[in-house]
Design a protein around this ligand. Structure first.
Ligand SMILES: Nc1ncnc2c1ncn2[C@@H]1O[C@H](COP(=O)(O)OP(=O)(O)OP(=O)(O)O)[C@@H](O)[C@H]1O
Ligand SMILES: [Mg+2]
Length: 370
């Protein structure tokens, strides 16, 4: 029996966990067969966060982390395989995004780095592994990001209704799917997703994230602060554009807080939630003003306050989780990298030049044979 099975591995800017999705790929269809979330050990999280900004002894620390994360990615792949009941020989490939430690898509020498050595993943799992998806797009003049829109388009595009997909991970990205197939798909990072909310609650409450937005719900939105934060030039940039922890971090927030006194920590949390909701809604209003359907995936879809504020700012549209389209919001991005691995092995492009700004479609990634 011929199999078209792939594993996708995703560990995003939130650094919460490695998401593993085992899928079957057939023409126009990707089905989720098994999923597994491997929480990242705290020590590795701290090291990822430390290496996201210039620091001491970077090369040696990064190389060590590259090996340690490679082992963790292999573990996530092995676990999801065991859960599925399939044998490794049935899996065509693993598509591994890797962990971003730098993303600087603009300037004289644009660069991006995802670590978690694919050699180690291939060796430990016994499965052909594809990694380093972003840099070929960048070499072709693109941002190297976002890459999920091609998958969103393959999975969710409707010929009857304009649709928008929003992934709210650490960073939030949106994909505009026009019903008219002559119109290009647009996609870009809108700005912070959960990354600032996570950092703020971690600083004040020693928690990794604001469960169900409960802490933010105790506060009130400070409109002066939200307006100040929204004045950042990233929000005004026209797509293609992409961002990361390089742009949105605690010192970025603190430079705005300096000028404002007396805001309580929970009011700041409420304002950060509002910043995410408003910046996403503004991006949709600017690029797809007529859309009636917005579907959300990623961890942010589990935050009821964030979903409520998004709906508030998009009154003419339904705002729902991708669950409504049949895919659980936690697995969309990992499934995207399984699908991208399939594209690569099939000799098909994985980037959308209209999204990333690349000069042409390219086959993404490097192949590390089993
Ligand atoms: N119940 C919840 N309430 C509030 N926030 C939640 C909840 N569940 C998850 N989250 C948020 O979602 C984040 C994780 O989201 P996700 O895994 O999609 O992001 P990511 O790892 O950055 O992925 P990617 O880069 O692929 O988008 C957590 O850090 C947290 O902020
Ligand atoms: Mg995650």
């Amino acid at each position: 029996m011929a199999h078209n099975l792939y594993i996708g591995l995703m560990s995003g800017t939130s650094t919460d966990a490695i998401d593993a999705a085992l899928v079957s790929v057939a023409t126009g269809q990707v089905n989720l067969l098994a999923s597994y979330k491997l929480p990242l050990p705290d020590r590795l999280r701290q090291e990822i966060l430390a290496l996201n900004a210039p620091t001491e002894n970077e090369i040696q620390r990064m190389m060590t982390l590259d090996v340690e994360l490679g082992r963790q990615f292999a573990k996530a792949a092995t676990e999801v395989l065991a859960l599925s009941g399939h044998n490794k020989s049935e899996i065509k490939a693993i598509g591994s995004h890797g962990q971003t430690v730098r993303h600087r898509p603009d300037g004289e020498a644009p660069n991006t780095l995802q670590i978690g050595d694919p050699n180690i993943i291939a060796e430990l799992s016994g499965i052909t592994t594809i990694g380093d998806f972003r840099r070929r797009d960048m070499a072709a003049g693109g941002q190297g990001a976002p890459l999920a829109p091609a998958f969103h388009s393959a999975m969710f595009r409707s010929t009857e209704l304009d649709r928008v997909i929003v992934n709210i991970g650490g960073i939030a990205n949106t994909t505009i799917l026009p019903k008219d197939t002559n119109q290009p798909v647009i996609g870009f990072d809108t700005g912070p997703g959960n990354v600032l909310m996570d950092a703020w609650i971690n600083k004040h409450r020693q928690k990794n994230f604001d469960q169900d937005g409960l802490w933010a719900a105790q506060g009130e939105i400070d409109q002066v602060l939200v307006t100040a934060l929204l004045s950042d030039s990233y929000f005004k940039l026209m797509p293609p554009k992409s961002t990361g922890r390089d742009d949105f971090h605690l010192p970025w927030l603190e430079q705005y807080l300096k000028d404002l006194s007396g805001i309580t920590p929970e009011n700041i949390q409420a304002s950060l939630c509002e910043l995410t909701a408003k910046s996403i809604a503004d991006a949709i209003a600017n690029t797809a003003p007529a859309t009636k359907e917005v579907y959300v995936c990623g961890g942010g879809s589990h935050n009821p306050l964030l979903m409520k504020r998004l709906q508030h700012h998009l009154p003419k549209s339904i705002v729902a989780s991708t669950e409504a389209l049949g895919i659980h919001p936690d697995w969309v991005e990992a499934m995207a990298f399984a699908w991208l691995a399939h594209q690569t092995l099939s000799g098909m492009p994985g980037n959308l030049p209209a999204v990333t700004g690349a000069n042409h479609p390219v086959i993404l990634g490097g192949v590390y044979h089993r």
